[in-house]
Design a binder for this molecule. Sequence first.
Ligand SMILES: NC(=O)c1ccc[n+]([C@@H]2O[C@H](COP(=O)([O-])OP(=O)(O)OC[C@H]3O[C@@H](n4cnc5c(N)ncnc54)[C@H](O)[C@@H]3O)[C@@H](O)[C@H]2O)c1
Length: 388
Amino acid sequence: MAAAKKAKLAIVGVGNMGSNHCATVGSISNLELVAVCDTDRERADEIAAKHDVQAFYSHKDLLKAKVADAVMVATPHYDHTTIGIDVLKAGLHLLVEKPISVHKADCQKLIRAHKNKKQVFSAMFNQRTDPHYIKLKELIEGGELGKITRINWIITNWFRSQRYYDSGGWRATWGGEGGGVLLNQCPHQLDLMTWLFGEPETVRADIAIGKYHKIEVEDEVTAYLTYKSGATGIFITSTGEAPGTNRLEVTGTRGKVIIEKGSGLEFVRNEIPMDEFCKTSEKSFAPPPRWNINIPIKGHGDQHKGILQNFADAITKGAKLIAPAEEGIKSVELANAMLYSGIQDVKVKMPLSAPAYQKHLKKLIDNSTFVKKTVTKKAASDDFASSF
Ligand SMILES: NC(=O)c1ccc[n+]([C@@H]2O[C@H](COP(=O)([O-])OP(=O)(O)OC[C@H]3O[C@@H](n4cnc5c(N)ncnc54)[C@H](O)[C@@H]3O)[C@@H](O)[C@H]2O)c1
């Protein structure tokens, strides 16, 4: 029997996340790690030796060597655009870490470079593999919740210490990362927000810069969103709260879904839709009678492995992508809109102007006086796996 087709993968940027992906590739039968690339030579050599693959110190040399069919980019954020464009221009398949770029204009540039649609172009939105959110999407699309009226997401369990922010020169700076919690931790939830509910019509946010940490970017956000359908949404996040919360509450005319970390999916269904009951009830105070529906959900899906597997399947078998990278522009635009609203103290009408945001970000970078202190010593214990 002929051996199953395998895609040859190179990973660019093998820090915390990239090295984690290197290990995951070994568990995917139609994906083979053939090279790693990192501008930190020692790091590249160390990870290459660990996996017995070739090391490169520049992505351009990697592309010239033609050793891979596909490249994953897991570098600091701004390089997702530049390296991603080079990978696409070289004709290789591309899997880019979140966020696909730092700002909307860069997303547009990256997406425009995807000319050959035979090249698979995916993004690491691993939380799309979580069965909780998959079920919620099914319930929404199947009309089980009726018309969505309110979305509340409190996602404050992204606690990060000062040590975390000091661990990389690029982290939590306008010039290196392009933002804080919205650009690093929340791209997952912002992606799910747009995947599940579409894009809002307006965005109004309060953001706090360096409220809990010595950083020049946001570590707390409270945003208010309005949707064309009439629904409203609240999005609250922080990296300075402990204990934190991860609670998504979605209310529709036919009921409510609550997803809270560790406690599954709770579905409370109105026997009569609220809008109908409101018009016809003989009573003044009683809400519609309801059922509590138990939807058993096991685990949180295959996460990073699920997206890597899907990427390999898309290359070798033409599988449909779970997270097409083109969709990654939506979460970046939402993050940009929240930052713009919070810093400029305005309500943003979507779509956000890409050039206006780029100009705004450039000003933040140009006016930065923040002196970043970086700790290079390795952390006492490796707790990276508990970070997502
Ligand atoms: N999907 C997830 O759950 C998840 C979790 C954590 C981080 N991430 C994402 O992964 C990416 C990397 O984050 P991290 O925490 O691993 O950062 P990191 O700082 O630990 O690693 C980045 C690595 O990239 C290397 N690098 C920098 N510029 C480079 C270049 N031009 N070419 C090659 N290598 C280069 C650095 O030397 C470093 O080793 C970010 O986009 C981050 O948002 C995703």
